[in-house]
Structure formats: C-alpha cells, structure tokens
Ligand binder design. Structure first.
Ligand SMILES: C[S@@+](CC[C@H](N)C(=O)[O-])C[C@H]1O[C@@H](n2cnc3c(N)ncnc32)[C@H](O)[C@@H]1O
Length: 248
C-alpha cells in the first residue's frame, strides 16, 4: 500500500488506541500533537469506550444495522466488534483510510467499508447501503457520527443531521459527539487541527441536533454517558449523546 505523505486524525487515533493500522507519518503527527497537548491515549480510549457503550445500548433497543460516518479505522473496539450480530457499513472520505478499512474488513460478510461524504449521503453506494443497512429508510437503524462534527461548520452540521433525520426511519438512533473548548488552552495543538476545526460548548451544540432528541442521559462528557463503572479521569475533550429519531 502506498504510504500517505500526510497524517490523518483517524490513523493517529488508531496509534493512540494501540492499533496496528497507521503509517510512520501518522505516528510522527501523533507525537507532535502530544508535544503540544499532552498524553492523548486516555482521551481516545474514553471516546472509543463511549462508542462501545452507545452501540451496545442501541442494539439493546433493537437496532441491528449501523451506518458509520467519518469511520476512520474499523478496529480497536469499533462498531462491528462490539455488535458482532449486527451488520455495519463504515464510510469515510479519506482514500487511504478507506483502503485500509476495506483491507481490514475483507472477508467479513457483516461489515463493509465504502466512500461516503457525511454532508451528502447520496455519495454512498446504494448497493452497499442496502446490503449492510437493510431496510434503510424503512426500519430503525443506528447512525454513528463520531469524531466528525469538529470538521463541519454549524450550518453544514445542522443541515447534515437534518438530512439524516429525514432519510432514516422513526426509531432510528444517532450516536454523536463534539469537541469541547479543551484545545483553547493549548494554542499550538489547536493550530495543528487546521482552520476548519470547530470547538463548541454544549449550549452551542444542542440546537444543531435539530429534530433528533437526546435520550434522558443528555449531552454529557463522553466518559459520563452511562458509565460501566467509575470513569477514568480524563480531560473534558469530547461530549456526546445518543439521540432518537421520533415519529413524524
Ligand atoms: C477524527 S477522525 C475520527 C475517526 C473515527 N470516527 C474515530 O472515532 O476513530 C475524523 C474522520 O472523519 C473523516 N471525515 C472528514 N470529513 C468527512 C466528511 N465530510 N464525510 C465523511 N468523513 C469525513 C476523516 O477522513 C477522518 O477519518
């Protein structure tokens, strides 16, 4: 596989989680970021653990297929691993991460990986969508939208979430997170995230959910969302929620 010349946040996360699907350029990017911010592994372990608890909660509510946006590397406690009975379509726009994901999932008949721009769900291959998310638009599904809001401005995020609401059937569930203002205290690390990076307060994020209604757990630091036990002490970098697509 041709090595990329730019790091990707998704593959840096794989490095921090102890995965094996990243390149030297990603390790260099991860180390440079940690120089500017501090240790990142605990923060991303907490975020991945939130994904696990959210996905398991969705399966308990009857969801048996998932569409994942901005999926990154599909390992290290990702959706098909915590919900092995479900079918899962991972999507991303990064061609290198996409090929890595396809390689990781080669041979799986329950999980696939394809191109998908979250801001335009028409970019997803309909055949893949209907294979891995059967009944899309007609029966409840799980939508996973993690690590992505930070890269979309408010108008785009609100429109994207509303389009997802319209496209999904009532009873569908959305797992979503956003970056807090944690990096404001670390200007060099913030600069590394580039000009499009968005930090938000809970009050600024909540209206962007539009018609999606958070469960009674609310929008909380990810380690506080239905914790399995005492949460690991981590910086307050990500807040998340599971939200419900109610009937029209
Ligand atoms: C911070 S990473 C998060 C990866 C993964 N969700 C995780 O938690 O490990 C963000 C990912 O979003 C992808 N991405 C950025 N803009 C996107 C868009 N408009 N549609 C789909 N994916 C996008 C990037 O390529 C990258 O893989």
């Amino acid at each position: 596989m041709v090595e990329p010349d730019q790091p990707s946040t998704a593959r840096m996360i794989d490095f921090w989680l102890g995965g094996e699907h990243h390149f030297p350029v990603d390790v260099a990017g991860a180390r440079a970021f940690e120089q500017a911010y501090g240790p990142c592994a605990p923060v991303f372990r907490a975020l991945r653990a939130f994904l696990g608890r959210a996905v398991r909660a969705m399966t308990r509510d009857g969801v048996d297929s998932f569409l994942v946006f901005g999926a990154g590397v599909p390992t290290m406690g990702n959706v098909h691993e915590v919900a092995p009975e479900a079918t899962v379509l991972y999507t991303d726009v990064d061609p290198v991460t996409l090929r890595l994901g396809q390689r990781i999932l080669a041979g799986s008949d329950r999980a696939g990986y394809g191109y998908g721009d979250a801001t335009d769900i028409g970019t997803i291959d309909p055949a893949q969508l209907h294979r891995f998310v059967p009944g899309w638009g007609r029966r409840p599904v799980g939508v996973v939208f993690l690590g992505l809001a930070a890269f979309l401005d408010d108008d785009t995020l609100a429109r994207t979430l509303d389009e997802l609401y319209q496209a999904t059937a009532p009873g569908s569930l959305l797992a979503v997170d956003f970056d807090t203002e944690e990096l404001a205290g670390h200007p060099a690390a913030l600069a590394m995230m580039g000009p499009a990076f968005r930090m938000r307060t809970p009050a600024a994020f909540a209206p962007l959910l539009g018609r999606w209604t958070p469960t009674g757990d609310g929008i909380v630091p990810v380690d506080r969302w239905r914790p399995d036990g005492p949460p690991e002490q981590v910086p307050d970098a990500f807040h998340g929620a599971v939200a419900v697509r109610s009937a029209d």
